[in-house]
Write a protein that binds this ligand. Structure first.
Ligand SMILES: CC(C)(COP(=O)(O)OP(=O)(O)OC[C@H]1O[C@@H](n2cnc3c(N)ncnc32)[C@H](O)[C@@H]1OP(=O)(O)O)[C@@H](O)C(=O)NCCC(=O)NCCS
Length: 171
């Protein structure tokens, strides 16, 4: 083995299990950008929606996660609720790789559209979804998603809906 290969930290992708709910919560909380849901919500994601979610692990530590599900109203889509990469692992293409890996999960094999709502002020996030669409060679349509009024009295920026597809899937 070369010295470079010895040093390269092993990166792998997998679906979460019930034992990962707490780590997903922590990664979201530590992002300081994403709005953390309850710990219980991540347990539901890592069990009921495990096949639709993704974790990135490096040297046994969770360095990225995608919380996602198939919306019952339009099951040809996967909705990315939250995506986060640990601060020290950002800027290396990991989030993009996670999205490509996400649609390749067996439970997502028939997905035709990837959707997410994004705060238009979150440039890394806007660029991530545009870059994923570009690499898939498909359009990324942006339309109003949730408006500040939808969030009620709490101050909240808008969340624009990004709809990416139709994705080309293996026959
Ligand atoms: C958004 C986030 C997931 C991106 O993760 P990442 O692994 O650093 O992203 P990637 O390296 O895969 O980059 C994806 C694209 O976004 C761009 N990008 C990433 N970070 C950026 C930044 N800080 N500023 C501008 N562009 C950025 C990259 O240049 C790339 O585009 P390109 O292929 O056109 O060059 C990460 O910054 C993060 O966890 N942020 C906090 C949580 C968050 O905002 N999540 C998204 C809301 S749903």
């Amino acid at each position: 083995m070369t010295a470079a290969a010895r040093k390269a930290p092993e990166l792998s992708f997998r679906s979460p299990t019930v034992d990962d709910g707490a780590a997903m919560y922590q990664l979201v909380k530590d992002s300081k950008v994403l709005e953390p849901n309850t710990r219980y919500a991540y347990l539901l994601l890592s069990t009921h929606f495990a096949g639709n979610c993704l974790l990135a692990e490096q040297d046994g530590e969770v360095v990225g996660c995608v919380a996602a599900y198939r919306p019952p109203s339009h099951p040809d889509a996967i909705f990315v609720w939250q995506i986060g990469v640990r601060e020290d692992a950002r800027g290396q293409g990991l989030a993009k790789r996670m999205l490509h890996a996400l649609i390749d999960r067996p439970a997502n094999a028939d997905v035709r559209f990837l959707e997410a709502t994004v705060d238009p002020g979150n440039e890394p996030s806007c660029r991530l979804f545009r870059a994923f669409a570009r690499e898939q060679g498909v359009p990324c349509d942006v339309s109003p998603g949730f408006t500040p009024e939808h969030f009620g009295p709490a101050e909240h920026p808008p969340e624009d809906l990004h709809r990416i597809g139709p994705l080309r899937r293996e026959p």
